[in-house]
Design a protein around this ligand. Structure first.
Ligand code: TPP
Length: 244
């Protein structure tokens, strides 16, 4: 099992970032070979966020991963698109119940504090479990990054609208819970935010406004298999009869 050295020895919390960024000169840098503007604003409001595509953003995330980060996707489209981006043993795909990507990711982050952990969740699902944001904000796992894919819909059950389709703003809710949070302006800003969360730590929540394209894959519907693969990916599996 390899941990995430990016977190070791970095004592600065993400809340120091605005002050740090204010001191940065205008310059370009690269994240995994992509040019990024390191002087882009750290926090962005919803009105400035472009509508993105969940599958493309998920592929982008998987490409940016540098170590064996755990990625925990919620029920439905977030895990369909994570699966479609290419299965990794460090991926966990929630089946059946909404609102559990962040609580599961919190548990993984606390159990393996040297590993980067990313939760991918839909707006409908996080709205069902807002209390977990207050827990995460108070427990402050530095290795946890949350990405909310906000299409304003319970898409997978027939596109019923959620509260974020109306006046509710998931980033504002997260900030109220005590988390550092930002809307994602565009794909390049996403690269910068993810890279910063790896370098400087969390917990942090980023929300993307996304379109209503359906998920592009279909996760294997076998919870035991998913759990066993994930435990192997985290180095915590004791193995079973089939491994002999
Ligand atoms: C506790 C619970 N309530 C209701 C459902 C039915 N359900 C499954 S997915 C879903 C919508 C999920 O919406 P969201 O998280 O926004 O993801 P999207 O479908 O938009 O990708 C609903 C209502 C469920 N599985 N679990």
């Amino acid at each position: 099992m390899s941990g995430c050295p990016a977190f070791a020895g970095h004592d600065k919390l993400y809340r120091d970032m605005p002050a740090m960024m204010a001191g940065l000169a205008e310059r370009s840098d690269t994240v995994q070979g992509r040019a990024v503007n390191q002087s882009a604003p750290v926090t962005v409001e919803k009105a400035s966020a472009r509508v993105l595509n969940r599958a493309a953003l998920t592929r982008r995330l998987v490409e940016i991963l540098k170590h064996d980060e755990a990625v925990v996707a919620g029920i439905g489209n977030t895990n369909f698109d994570l699966w479609a981006a290419g299965h990794r043993k460090q991926n966990f795909y929630m089946l059946g119940s909404m609102g559990l990507a962040c609580p599961i990711a919190l548990g993984v982050a606390l159990a393996q504090p040297k590993r980067g952990v990313i939760a991918l969740e839909g707006d409908g699902s996080i709205l069902m479990a807002l209390g977990c944001l207050t827990t995460i904000a108070n427990v402050r796992p530095r290795n946890l990054t949350i990405v909310i894919m906000d299409n304003g819909l319970y898409q997978i059950t027939g596109k019923q609208t959620t509260a974020t389709h109306g006046v509710s703003d998931i980033v504002a809710i997260a900030r109220g819970a005590g988390l550092e949070a930002s809307w994602i302006a565009d794909e390049t800003h996403f690269d910068v935010l993810i890279d910063r969360s790896f370098e400087h730590g969390g917990p942090v929540l980023y929300a993307a406004r996304i379109d209503d394209e359906p998920g592009v894959g279909k996760t294997v519907r076998d919870p035991a298999l998913i759990r066993q693969s994930f435990m192997k990916g985290l180095g915590t599996s004791r193995g079973g009869d089939l491994d002999r």
